[in-house]
Design a protein around this ligand. Structure first.
Ligand code: TXA
Ligand code: MG
Length: 335
């Protein structure tokens, strides 16, 4: 039997599209120098052409083939966190295909640490453009079966590397100059970034890509089941109102004591771990699973408004905003 890594590399060299496991989420990979192949990734995802994609590399040494300039802070972060769940946005070289950069003059780079992703990148011998392997706006896949269920025959091959270790996308840091800016909170915690950068300040307002103002949040990461985020104290009343409208409602909450505030006994309840890393690892898989039950509304207990929960809160809020378009009237209320 042919080794799946060798087979995947062959498909990629032929301009094919291969779903790849990474430690964050599954990616939809194509040869980043092959414009037609990258275009197919956009078509399969239904992704607008002006959204840039991350170029995945086997080694930090390859960054110079894509980035025109690598600031000192970027070198420090690469040395510390690559391979790993950190993406760096750097000034792009002129020869980077525009389909990869979405027409911008910057390029996003990452060296993943999943062993299959690294083995594939080494065998392929070049950069792989890979957005998350989901349809545009939907929840990212953290298992091979999520990719098969949503993209099925549209991809040339799905490499099965098991469940993703982090279950949440990489942290994206822009380093277009020496001043780091977090564009997307993610699997690499802020604490780790701060430790590595020492006294270099990090702009963590989320920048233009990840505005935290709920009204300005773009819909994204949305499951098929519309979801709302509420403080645990408010869930029973909200559930009663929705049940009164004849809707099928479920609750997704953290696995911890409710401190004497029990929920309606008849409400179906699903649990996620109480700690942020474990919660993040399970969140997308839970949302994929819950979609199969076809509830009308999912009431999600609001995680704490703390920095360690930033990435989780960001994804949940975007999912809720996506849901609001489907008729969830009050998608986010934390009090
Ligand atoms: O963990 C991850 O990052 C996964 C795995 C597969 O590596 N990939 C991923 O890709 O999440 P995607 O395409 O779903 O999200 C990448 C984000 C997009 O929001 C895109 O706009 C942003 O990165 N991005 C890519 N290139 C950029 C650039 N040059 N400047 C600013 N943002 C960029
Ligand atoms: Mg994505």
């Amino acid at each position: 039997m042919t080794n799946p890594i060798a087979l995947a590399a062959e498909r990629l060299r032929a301009g094919g599209v291969v779903a790849i496991p990474t430690e964050t989420v599954y990616g939809l990979g194509a040869d980043a120098r092959n414009v037609e192949a990258v275009r197919r990734v956009f078509v399969i995802k239904g992704r607008p052409a002006n959204h840039p994609v991350i170029v995945h590399l086997a080694e930090a040494d390859e960054a110079g083939e894509w980035a025109g300039r690598i600031p000192t802070s970027a070198r420090r972060l690469m040395a510390r966190f690559w391979p790993g769940p950190l993406t760096l946005v750097l000034p792009a070289r002129d020869d980077v295909p525009r389909v990869v950069t979405g027409g911008q003059d910057s390029v996003a780079l990452r060296v993943p640490h999943h062993p299959m992703a690294l083995a594939l990148l080494r065998t392929f011998g070049g950069g792989l453009a890979a957005p998350s392997a989901n349809r545009f706006g939907a929840v990212s896949p953290t298992e091979a079966q999520h990719v098969r269920a949503s993209l099925g025959n549209a991809v040339d091959m799905v490499l099965d590397g098991g469940s993703c270790q982090y279950g949440l996308e990489s942290t994206i840091v822009s380093l277009l100059d020496e001043h780091p800016r977090v564009l997307r909170p993610g699997a690499l915690p802020m604490r780790a970034l701060r430790e590595a950068l020492g006294n270099v300040g990090i702009d963590a307002d989320g920048g233009a890509v990840t505005p935290r103002v709920p009204g300005a949040l773009s819909a994204h990461y949305a499951p098929a089941t519309p979801l709302e985020i509420h403080a645990i104290e408010a869930i029973t009343a909200r559930a009663e109102a929705l049940l009164g409208q004849g809707l099928r409602v479920a609750v997704l909450r953290r696995n911890r004591s409710l401190h004497g505030k029990p929920l309606l006994p008849a409400l179906p309840q699903f649990l996620l771990p109480a700690q942020p890393e474990a919660y993040a690892r399970c969140l997308y898989a839970r949302l994929h699973e819950l979609d199969r039950f076809a509830f009308d509304r999912l009431l999600v207990e609001a995680p704490p408004d703390e920095e360690v929960w930033w990435a989780v809160n960001d994804r949940l809020e975007r999912a809720a905003v996506g849901s609001a378009r489907e008729g969830a009237a009050h998608p986010i209320s934390r009090s």
